[in-house]
Design a protein around this ligand. Structure first.
Ligand code: AOS
Ligand code: ZN
Ligand code: ZN
Ligand code: ZN
Length: 434
């Protein structure tokens, strides 16, 4: 298959007309930053090293429980998804890894999959297990998850869910991944339906069993979510439950923060800080939200919140550093856009928030905090946030041979039209073919 955006000559052609203006913008920004004592090259260098993983399931059109309106040329299998991920990474230079989901991305030969991704310059980030729906087409899943999985009352269902997670680890090992992400839909829809304490105990016991199957250099990420599909109570519904579970499971367990999985108005950046304090921040599922687990494009609704999250992360990076770097992954549902365009734009927004956070004068901020100067402390953050770092992001891309204007280059490549011509129409819902 010809993936035109992955061709360096195509990108060079696209960049040719944009290089001169970029150089000019970059020099002006560099002079402005120098006046504030910041070396633009240091920032650009850090930005070039930044990477966020693309979720394999995000490459297909998403939907709601009401309807799904499939876009054209959707990936028919995991190889197509990888090709789409290669498009995103070639143009942005910021998404070198894929986060797969099983059984959606199940294949007979994982070595072949890894090889295919590698030829396109891609690796694999955390593998995701799926015990939130039944997989009738897999012989290993005779029992239903209707009333839960890892916390189910029936030990046989728990055993099946544990087995599925262990198979995910085995698949991940062949793909070169180093972590398993567990998100479960377990919970209840009616007060009285389930026992809060006993279901939590059963979950912890199941995850402990999964953890015994982890290779020594692996981690298990526990992802909490306030509600949905359960609408009264959820077993791992908040960061408190997630942290308690991770602490009981042991050193290989930590807490994954999906930006959409919190109560409205909750201070997510402070949760991030608390998890860092506990040494239990696994990483992120980036997305944006207005009301709930909306899975909207990162930075589309509240870019300031995204910046504040990165402000916490850069604060640690600039200080003591992380014993283990948090995993950066996107988790979105693209219902009304071309998923590739949404993922390109999201990766850039996440990178932008990181670049802005790098501009905060940490020493000055601490000074304002210690002298109780709220106005100047806030001004320091706002100054960084309102700096237009676009030339830094574009220069990082240009130097890596990615696209200066990724969305424009994507549209010019005709990639989607080529996919429409060669990929079958997919009408099924959900993240994949179960
Ligand atoms: C579900 O709400 C979570 O965000 C999970 O990360 C899930 O595995 C993913 O969204 C795919 O459905
Ligand atoms: Zn299965
Ligand atoms: Zn998620
Ligand atoms: Zn979610």
């Amino acid at each position: 298959i010809k993936i035109r955006p992955a061709d360096p000559d195509f990108r060079a052609e696209q960049n040719a007309a944009l290089n001169a203006a970029l150089q000019e913008d970059y020099e002006i920004l560099g002079r402005r930053m120098a006046r504030r004592g910041i070396d633009i090259e240091t920032v650009t260098e850090l930005v070039s090293r930044f990477g966020v993983a693309v979720p394999s399931w995000g490459t297909g059109t998403g939907g709601t429980r009401f309807a799904r309106f499939p876009g054209g040329g959707e990936p028919a299998n995991v190889f197509d998804k990888i090709a789409d991920c290669a498009v995103i990474n070639s143009l942005t230079g910021a998404t070198p890894a894929i986060s797969p989901h099983f059984p959606w991305d199940e294949v007979a030969d994982f070595a072949e999959l890894r090889q295919y991704a590698a030829t396109l310059g891609l690796g694999f980030d955390a593998v995701n297990s799926n015990t939130f729906q039944d997989h009738p087409s897999h012989g290993d899943h005779p029992l239903s998850y209707k009333f839960g999985s890892l916390s189910h009352t029936d030990p046989a269902v728990r055993a099946q869910a544990i087995r599925h997670n262990i198979r995910c680890i085995e698949a991940g090992e062949q793909l070169g991944s180093k972590a398993l992400t567990i998100w479960i839909g377990d919970g209840s829809n009616f007060p009285g339906q389930s026992h809060f304490g006993r279901s939590f105990d059963r979950y912890i016991d199941s995850v402990k069993q999964i953890a015994t199957a982890l290779p020594p250099d692996w981690s298990v990420f526990l992802e909490h979510k306030i509600y949905e599909p359960a609408f009264y109570s959820t077993v791992i519904q908040d960061w408190g439950s997630s942290l308690l579970a991770a602490q009981e499971v042991g050193p290989q367990a930590s807490c994954l923060v999906d930006l959409g999985h919190h109560a409205p108005n909750v201070n997510i950046e402070m949760i991030v800080s608390r998890l860092i304090h506990a040494g239990k921040l696994a990483g992120f599922h980036f997305n944006d939200s207005k009301y709930g687990d909306d899975d909207l494009d990162a930075g589309a609704i509240d870019p300031f919140r995204l910046f504040l999250v990165f402000n916490e992360l850069v604060d640690v990076e600039a200080g003591s550093g992380f014993a283990k770097a948090p995993a950066y992954m996107i988790d979105q549902s693209h219902n009304v856009t071309d998923p590739i365009e949404s993922l390109i734009s999201s990766a850039i927004e996440i990178q932008r928030a990181y670049a802005q956070a790098l501009l905060v004068d940490r020493a000055a901020l601490v000074g304002f905090q210690d002298t109780n100067d709220p106005m100047m402390a806030n001004q320091e953050l706002k100054r960084a946030f309102t700096t237009d770092v676009a030339p830094i992001l574009a220069m990082a891309r240009a130097r890596e041979g990615a696209a200066i204007e990724p969305l424009a280059a994507y549209r010019a490549s005709g990639y989607r039209q080529a996919c429409i011509a060669r990929r079958p129409v997919r009408t099924a819902g959900g993240g994949g073919i179960v």
